[in-house]
Design a binder for this molecule. Structure first.
Ligand code: DHB
Length: 383
């Protein structure tokens, strides 16, 4: 049954949301499958938020329901529908990959259920429904600074390599546009599939093209395999510099990549080594609870919970438009640094850091060495 048919029959609307003294938050994550590390990180961060902040918001008891979509869009859509119609959730959250967020957008719109995207990062997602907001990032947002850094650091010829779907398209396009404006040239734009990527053929191509640098975007979870093949093909020894979005030197995998990762320059919105009291506290509590390091997915899950809790406080526990409006314009100090939810675009505005992989106390970290303050998603700014 479609969600509209269900609503007509039962008089159900997602906007009802708050039922009595309890509000439910429906979290859909890839807990299994190729993106399981995203689910693991966000789930752990949500649990940490609740352990630290309790289970009350907006005068109601908060219940979080976590569902596993295994990274399959049809499953995400079905689970979202069930959470809205049967569980009457006040908000949907999670969304490990772009296709999963886009598959759910019509449900958010039809049922007026706020949807907090904690992982997916294609720019257009927040335009797919007026009920979508985001605590992760966008690829255009984190890519422009890296193109500028490359052009200023004697890199003239680049080959780009991205995963062939939404965020990869964004990264490829925004890197090439900016780097070309900066006077550089992109020799070739290579792509690998989202599922079952084999990097050997493209890496051979990169070797043959012999650029000054290879620019890479891959979704969280693929970085370690890529780095292994990069080293096996001897690209590090061939003098081809690797530059990437921080998804590649993901804190979830970075420490296991070994010396081949040393010196890689990336740009992103979060590093576990970000030097602030708020982050030190977050990382210490997260590691104590989980025995693994938080990555950029975890911080977005944690901040997403803050956004929903503060929103519920503002809406006095109501869902629908009241909750959506209360989430717009929020400003807070995240473990990543200061963030704002832009009231017009519902998009996150945040500091973007340029970082280099270094060994610190025996562990590999993305050490931040430069920052652009309060970066908006450039894809929306120019419209
Ligand atoms: C997306 C997923 C990721 O794991 C990531 O690091 C960036 C973007 C996405 O599907 O939008």
């Amino acid at each position: 049954m479609s969600i509209l048919a269900a609503a007509a029959l039962g008089g159900i609307t997602g906007a009802a949301g708050a039922q009595g003294d309890t509000v439910k938050i429906g979290v859909i994550l890839p807990m299994t499958g190729p993106s399981a590390s995203t689910g693991k990180q966000i789930d752990a961060a949500i649990k940490l938020w609740i352990a630290q902040n309790g289970n009350k918001a907006g005068g109601k008891r908060v219940e979080v329901i976590v569902k596993d979509d295994a990274g399959v869009a049809d499953t995400t859509r079905r689970l979202a529908q069930e959470l809205v119609v049967n569980d009457k959730v006040v908000a949907l959250a999670g969304f490990g990959l772009t296709p999963l967020a886009l598959a759910t957008a019509p449900i958010a719109t039809q049922s007026k259920t706020p949807m907090v995207v904690m992982a997916a990062a294609t720019s257009s997602i927040t335009e797919a429904s007026p009920f979508i907001t985001r605590t992760s990032f966008t690829l255009p947002q984190v890519t422009l600074g890296l193109a500028d850094w490359a052009a200023k650091n004697k890199i003239k010829k680049v080959v780009s390599l991205v995963t062939d779907y939404g965020p990869g398209n964004d990264a490829e396009k925004y890197f090439a546009e900016r780097f070309t404006l900066d006077g550089g040239s992109v020799l070739e734009k290579l792509r690998t599939p989202l599922r079952g990527a084999d990097f050997a053929p493209v890496l051979q191509k990169v070797r043959d093209l012999s650029p000054d640098a290879l620019f890479v975007f891959l979704p969280s979870g693929q970085g370690a395999t890529f780095m292994k093949q990069f080293a096996e093909r001897g690209l590090d020894k061939a003098g081809i510099k690797l530059i990437a979005t921080g998804d590649v030197t993901d804190d979830d995998q970075l420490n296991d990549m070994g010396d081949v990762a040393l010196g890689i320059v990336t740009s992103h919105h979060y590093s576990a080594s970000h030097d602030s009291p708020a982050n030190k506290k977050f990382v210490a509590a997260f590691e104590a609870a989980n025995k693994f390091r938080p990555n950029f997915m975890a911080v977005a899950g944690y901040d997403g919970m803050r956004l929903i809790y503060t929103g519920l406080n503002g809406s006095k526990g109501q869902g629908g438009e009241a909750l959506m409006n209360a989430m717009k314009g929020q400003i807070f100090e995240s473990p990543r640094g200061p963030v704002l939810i832009d009231a017009q675009t519902r998009e996150i505005v945040q500091d973007i850091y340029t970082r280099k992989v270094e060994r610190v106390n025996g562990q590999l970290y993305n050490v931040e060495f430069d920052v652009q303050k309060a970066v908006k998603d450039p894809a929306k700014n120019r419209k």
